[in-house]
Structures are given as structure tokens and as C-alpha cells.
Design a protein around this ligand. Structure first.
Ligand code: ZN
Length: 674
């Protein structure tokens, strides 16, 4: 294994020195449309797993793929009906496939697949169809009626009357998640977590349930939709005999198969607990599951499957469905194990006020993993690191698990080689060389530190509501984890631990971080718009705050050259000090639940965009012709069986393209569509 990896790395270095990329039989680039590029990833090491391990992955993969419809529906009430209608038109189309109308239609469908609904996965804005309503209407009418999502007694015209405004009227369901200050965030958000209720009603409903005195609160509202019935507010719980029951039944079916081939009793126990959570919808059971799962640091194969992250809810409570199946990358994991083993040292030596520090950092575990399948909210756009569970008290008492997904980050790196981005935006050759040399490592290290130490560090003061920062909570939490990582990247401790071999290496990550936070991430924002997404707000917050507070010492400078703006960092040591200062303040805000201060920080530094810089960045970026967003297709796993139907092997194939995969998933894994 080791040798194989080194050979590949050496080849990669050789190929970058040539202007023409050597033809490699593995093609990372799958599809490109709108602002999206779809890639594929390798699953190195799968062949070396035992048959039982392969079976376990296979069953967990099936459980993962069965949840796709849930996320579509959570993202918007009409998403499944729209997807089904679009696919029916697409697969029945008999006209000119080169016509502008059809091409625009195909692009829109690809966007809807990618966004798991009609909104952009990142900006949350509704996609704008570039084909006409007439074209759409005409096509839908030619489709066999049984392929359309018609409700009982509904005519095709009635279906069109429902769907057309949702697709074509820009004012209808304009934003999936609205974070604009001062507006009713529930009414103005198009997600399907709430219906017929106001923000005040929702806040009151949950406020009445949350008892600050309970030291072990469940994650209120995580697995339900809130609706009004006969004037009363009620929760519709996601469970076997509740909302999404048909999909949950399929997930449970495959989880039971997985349970039978579990690697050990620890793993068997948490799979079993997850099944009973899906059966009952009981959040206490979910906490018990999370604890068992967090304690499973022995299994090679691991997975997430459930209602997990709350970025899709403006109030940060509802969990979007996701799944990620993976196995441990043993070689690369030694790096994160060293970091984890020293967690207490990092906590003790951080620039945070000691009253906000954890006396004992428990059970911080971290590993590098190889993703086997991405699903739900991890697909096609996927995170490169994960830290779970999300429950604050479980993290504090039982610890959390943290992973870096290295086959995904390496697919990004490989696919981006030679695209000209750094040459266009970096200040000079010095920064480019430093990034070429160290960024792969420092970027991965940043993710490790962010996930396995950053999120797990610090504590709330007694009685502080974990949701006190409300809509600003996710941005500030990401900032806290990023600052922790940035601060320590420049620490000699990493040299001492043998993780970095050059005390200057951190500069590559500092440079990229600030350049991205102040300038290049603006490629993801449309002209005239502000920054909404919490990870982006976090990067802007940190970079802008450091720029403003370092102004006197000229720590970060905007330099103009040939009419182009560049970021120049004049004093890296001072910059580190600034990161430390901001870390201390963000931790204080979180620990005390200081909503006012948190809001001020975010509104002042994280949201607003300078229109001039924005325009310049967009113009320069457009010339490079790079898609700002990337995502992945999954490999196809096939069970090989003998004449008695027993599985004898699982094979992996990488040849499926984006459209094929999406249509296959809609056909084979759509328990919630007709
Ligand atoms: Zn994070």
C-alpha cells in the first residue's frame, strides 16, 4: 500500500512539470455545468478489505442511498415532484437535443440534482431556469401520465399549476435558508422543516420545552417538521411509522443486514441503537446511539447515517439527512492520532481565558478516512472533514470523533492541478512556491486541527443556553474551530511532534486562508449579494477582522499591480497573534452566550462585500474558466454472488457518469416518490 501511494505521488510531481498532463487512466473530471464541476474519487484500499468488511460497506452503502429522497423533501416541499417531472420529460424527450431550450432544460435538471432540490446548495438561492415555461408545459403534456407525480384525482394541468410558479416565479420560494437580519426567518425560508408557522411561534414552542436545568438535554427539534394543526403547533417526527417512514423502512432493512456482519460488539451495539432510534424517533435514544458511536474508535469501518447537520434550518435545530460510509486510512491516521494524544496540551496552551477552557479534554479521537459512499447532504457536494456528534454535553462528557476524508481532498487536488488559479491571485512566486510545497499538508492539518481539537475545545459557563447565539451560532462556531487551527498551525509544538518539518510551512496556509477570506471566495457570490453561508462568513470574519486590527502595523496589505489587487502579508508572526486574540474573544462569546457581541462581530466583519473588489475578482476568475463549486459521483459497488445467492465479492467500478448515476438513483432508490 505504502509503496503504491508513493509511486502515485511521484508520478503526480512529474506530470505537473510538463505542460501537457500525462494521460492517466483515472479521469477525475466527470461533468461541468453552470457553476459546478463534478469529479470522481478513488477508493484506494477497498480491494484489500476482508469479504465481511466489504459486505458491511455494501450494506451500509445501500442504507445510505435509500435516504436521498428524504433530503430532497427536507429542502423543499415540491422538490420530489419537480425532480420526478423533470426526469420524466428528460427521459421521454424526442425532439432536438441540441436546441437551446433542451440544453437549458438539461442544465437546470443537473442543477436540481446537484442542489438536492431547486435551490443552490451553497448560496441557497433558487435556480433560474433558462428554458421557457411554454417549453416545459408542452413537454410535460407529452409524458405518459403514470410517470408524473400526480396526486389522487389531480390532472396534469393542476400539477403544472402547482409546479410552474415554484420553478419559474422568482418571488416564490426564493431562498432555501434566509439569514437576513430583521426578517421572519421561518416564513421567508423555503425549506420544508416548518409549515404554516412563524419564527416567533417556533421559538416559543421550543423555548417552552428547553429546560436550562437539564444537564443532558436532547437536541430539540432535530428530527421533525413543525406544523400547525387546528391552530395548535405540533411536531411531525421522522420515524418508521411517521414522516418519511417508507424511506426509513428501507434504511432500517439495510442497517439490519449490516448489523449481522458488524466487525465487533461495539459496532453491533451502535448499529442496533440507531435502528431503534429510526423505529421510535426518540431523541433520547439518539443520544444513547451517539454515545455508543462516539466510543467506537476500534472499528475499521465506520459510518454516519441520520438527521445530523442543521445548516439547512435558519434556526439551526433541524437535522438534514446525510450519510457517509468510510474505512480507516491507517497510514495517514498516525498524524491525527498524534494530535489527539496531545489534545490536553493544546487546550491548556491556547490563548483563551482559562475559565472557558476544559479542565480535561476527553476522548478526542481523530482519524484519516477513505470515503466509500457519499449520500444525502454529503452528496454530490461533500465536506472534507467531519466532527460528530453535535450534542454539546455528549461532546463534553463522552468526546467526539473527528475525521479527515483524504481520498476526497486528494481528488480535489488532482483535479485542480494546472488550472492557473494561484498564478492569477497569489501576490508573488514566493507565495506560489510555498503553497505548492506545503499547502496539501497544511490544508489537511488545518482540517485535522479544526475538526479534532477546534470544535471540541472550550466549554460553556454553567446555565448558558447552547443555542444562545441563535442565527449567528454556526458562523461563530466555525470561526472558533478555524481560529484554533490557524493559531496552532504556527506553533513549534507541531515541529516538536514531528508533524511538520519546517517552521515556515504554516505561511502557505495563512496566505491561502486570508487571500480566500478577503478575495477569492467571492467567486462564489453573485454580484450585488452579501455573504450568507456560515463557513464563508466565518472565513470573511477572521480575515477581515485580522486586516482591520492589523492595519496599524500593516500586517495585511492590499497591493495594486497592473490594475489588479493582491493580498500581501507583511507580518506573519503578528497575524498569528491576531488570530489568537480573536480566538479568545470568540470563545468568550460562545462560553458566555453573549448574543449581542456575537451579532456585532458577524454583522460588522463577516457579511458585507466590497463591490469593487468583488467585481474584479469575478472578472479575473471568469477568465480562468474554473467552476467555483465541486462535487462527486460515487463509485458503483456490485455484489458478486454464487449459484446459491451468497455474496462472494463486492466489486467497485468508477465508470458511471453524472447523468447515469442520478437517473439510476432516482429509479432504484426513491422510496418517497411514486
Ligand atoms: Zn467545522
Amino acid at each position: 500500500m505504502n509503496k503504491f501511494l508513493t509511486t502515485v505521488a511521484a508520478m503526480a510531481i512529474l506530470t505537473t512539470s510538463c505542460t501537457q498532463k500525462a494521460t492517466n487512466e483515472f479521469n477525475y473530471n466527470v461533468d461541468k455545468f453552470a457553476d459546478i464541476e463534478v469529479l470522481r474519487y478513488k477508493v484506494p484500499g477497498f480491494e484489500e478489505l476482508s469479504l465481511d468488511q466489504k459486505k458491511l460497506i455494501y450494506y451500509l452503502n445501500e442504507a445510505a442511498l435509500q435516504g436521498r429522497d428524504i433530503l430532497f423533501d427536507q429542502n423543499g416541499k415540491y422538490n420530489l415532484a419537480i425532480r420526478q417531472t423533470l426526469e420524466a420529460v428528460y427521459t421521454n424527450f424526442n425532439g432536438d437535443k441540441n436546441s437551446d431550450q433542451f440544453k437549458a432544460f438539461e442544465k437546470y435538471l443537473k442543477q436540481v440534482w446537484f442542489g438536492n432540490g431547486i435551490h443552490h446548495h451553497y448560496s441557497m438561492d433558487k435556480f433560474v431556469p433558462e428554458f421557457s415555461q411554454e417549453f416545459f408545459t408542452e413537454q410535460v403534456k407529452t409524458v405518459p401520465a403514470e410517470q408524473l407525480p400526480l396526486a389522487e384525482g389531480q390532472s396534469v394541468d393542476e400539477l403544472l399549476a402547482t409546479l410552474c410558479p415554484v420553478i419559474f416565479d422568482p418571488s416564490v420560494m426564493a431562498k432555501r435558508v434566509n439569514q437576513a437580519q430583521g426578517e421572519d426567518l421561518i416564513i421567508t425560508s423555503a425549506n420544508n422543516y416548518y409549515e404554516g408557522v412563524t419564527q416567533n411561534e417556533v421559538e416559543e414552542f421550543y423555548f417552552n420545552q428547553k429546560s436550562v436545568a437539564d444537564p443532558f438535554p436532547v437536541m430539540f427539534g432535530l428530527n421533525s417538521k413543525v406544523v400547525k394543526e387546528n391552530g395548535k403547533i405540533v411536531e411531525k417526527t421522522y420515524k418508521l411509522d411517521g414522516l418519511y417512514g417508507e424511506a426509513i423502512a428501507k434504511i432500517v432493512y439495510w442497517l439490519k443486514k449490516a448489523e449481522e456482519v458488524a466487525e465487533n460488539d461495539v459496532q453491533k451495539a451502535h448499529i442496533g441503537k440507531l435502528i431503534s432510534y429510526y423505529e421510535t424517533g426518540d431523541l433520547k435514544t439518539f443520544d444513547e446511539y451517539s454515545i455508543l458511536w462516539a466510543k467506537d474508535t476500534v472499528s475499521t469501518i465506520d459510518f454516519v447515517n441520520g438527521f445530523i447537520e442543521s445548516y439547512g434550518d435558519p434556526l439551526g435545530m433541524k437535522g438534514s439527512w446525510e450519510s457517509l460510509v468510510n474505512f480507516k486510512n491507517l497510514d495517514a491516521s498516525s498524524r491525527t492520532e498524534i494530535i489527539s494524544a496531545n489534545a490536553q496540551w493544546f487546550e491548556d496552551n491556547s490563548p483563551v481565558d482559562s475559565k472557558f477552557k476544559k479542565e480535561t479534554v476527553k476522548g478526542v479521537s481523530a482519524k484519516v478516512i477513505t470515503a466509500a459512499i457519499l449520500a444525502g447532504d454529503c452528496y454530490p457536494s461533500t465536506p472534507i472533514g467531519i466532527n460528530l456528534p453535535n450534542s454539546n454535553w455528549i461532546r463534553a462528557i463522552h468526546g467526539s470523533k473527528s475525521v479527515t476524508i483524504e481520498n476526497i481532498t486528494s481528488a480535489y487536488d488532482e483535479a485542480a492541478k494546472g488550472n492557473g488559479f494561484d498564478q492569477e491571485f497569489a501576490y508573488s512566486q514566493e507565495e506560489i512556491e510555498s503553497m505548492n510545497k506545503y499547502l496539501s499538508l497544511t490544508d489537511n492539518l488545518h482540517t485535522d486541527l479544526h475538526e479534532c481539537l477546534g470544535h471540541g475545545s472550550g466549554k460553556l459557563l454553567p446555565g448558558v443556553d447552547p443555542d444562545a447565539l441563535k442565527a449567528y451560532g454556526s458562523t461563530l462556531e466555525e470561526a472558533r474551530a478555524d481560529l484554533f487551527a490557524l493559531y496552532y498551525l504556527a506553533d513549534n509544538k507541531l515541529i516538536e511532534l514531528g508533524i511538520l518539518d519546517n517552521p515556515e510551512a504554516y505561511k502557505s496556509e495563512y496566505y491561502k486562508y486570508v487571500m480566500n477570506g478577503l478575495m477569492t471566495q467571492l467567486t462564489r457570490i453573485e454580484p450585488g449579494k452579501n455573504i450568507e453561508e456560515s463557513h464563508m462568513r466565518n472565513r470573511k470574519l477572521i480575515s477581515e477582522w485580522a486586516y482591520v486590527h492589523g492595519k496599524e502595523d500593516n500586517v495585511i496589505e492590499y497591493v495594486k499591480r497592473d490594475g489588479k489587487t493582491f493580498i500581501k502579508i507583511n507580518d506573519y508572526a503578528k497575524l498569528r497573534e491576531l488570530f489568537g486574540k480573536l480566538l479568545a474573544e470568540v470563545q468568550r462569546i460562545k462560553s458566555e452566550g453573549d448574543f449581542e457581541a456575537g451579532m456585532k462581530l458577524v454583522e460588522e466583519y463577516a457579511v458585507k462585500v466590497d463591490p469593487e473588489i468583488h467585481k474584479e475578482v469575478l472578472d479575473r476568475y471568469a477568465k480562468l474558466n474554473i467552476a467555483p463549486y465541486k462535487g462527486f459521483v460515487n463509485p458503483v459497488y456490485t455484489a458478486v454472488t454464487d449459484e446459491n445467492g451468497n455474496i462472494t465479492d463486492i466489486t467497485v467500478d468508477y465508470s458511471e457518469n453524472y447523468v447515469e448515476q442520478m437517473l439510476r438513483y432516482s429509479k432504484d432508490y426513491s422510496p418517497l416518490t411514486k
